[in-house]
Design a protein around this ligand. Sequence first.
Ligand code: RIB
Length: 297
Amino acid sequence: MTHIVVLGSTNMDLVTYVARAPRRGETVTGREFRTIPGGKGANQAMAAARAGATVSLIGAVGNDAYGVRLRDNLEHSGVDTDFLRTVEGASGTAHIVVDDEGNNAIVVVPGANGTVDHLSPGDEGLIASADALLLQLEVPLPAVIAGAEAARRHGVRTVLTPSPAQPLPEELLSVTDVLVPNEYEAVTLTGRTDPLDAAVGLLDLVPEVVLTLGEAGVLYVSRDTEPLAVPAHQVAAIDSTGAGDTFAGAYAVAVAEEKPLREALSWAAAAAALSVQREGASASMPYRPEIEAQYTA
Ligand code: RIB
């Protein structure tokens, strides 16, 4: 079975559903409030597990009630949490506003994720056993770099979601195989506004780029092949939170299973299309049979 390791964050998402997000200085009345397990690392781990892989998550939760629920939620989806440490203090939280068009705005407070600034005993051995290592930027950069370097030492493919967007050091780029930005992140990293132009610009930094474009689909570019555009599955989105994480987790599984490139991209896009039709991040992630049913060659 495919084995995916994720190094990254767990957050409790504090989600407010509202017709329209407030402008600066404005107060609006929301429709509903929910607490839903999330965090980019945990989301990608759950997406990959539900897509059919054996998955382990390296990270940290706090010793509070959220930490217990975050761990339980991962285990319930079959994610191995042996390398998810419980540390003193608060778990990470994400404060999310979702409007009636399914758009979101997020403030993340790292909490326990901020303690993940190095690899702990056993982490490198776990990474060495994986088919792929998934990384994002919600834990401190030194750990992300150390994880990617460990993966490179053992010939394990690294897939980095550069979110939240920030300048990426050469130390990290030099050990990144695949970058999976969204349009905002690609523009931030390159300063280029045209999606193809931005994706091609990123090839100066890493060998492969999968640019997720929401309703416009996915654009794949690499140093060795022609660009490949895959359309999105047309669905009515109600909440896009975690869609990028769902795509990254499912894509890693598809590639590790050696699906042909176009199929891997479309299969992961099918997973993301399913996730945007449901509320919440982890709560919206599809199981493999649902992805198979949504996917059309
Ligand atoms: O990518 C979506 C995630 O971003 C949410 O689950 C939230 O926790 C933030 O980290």
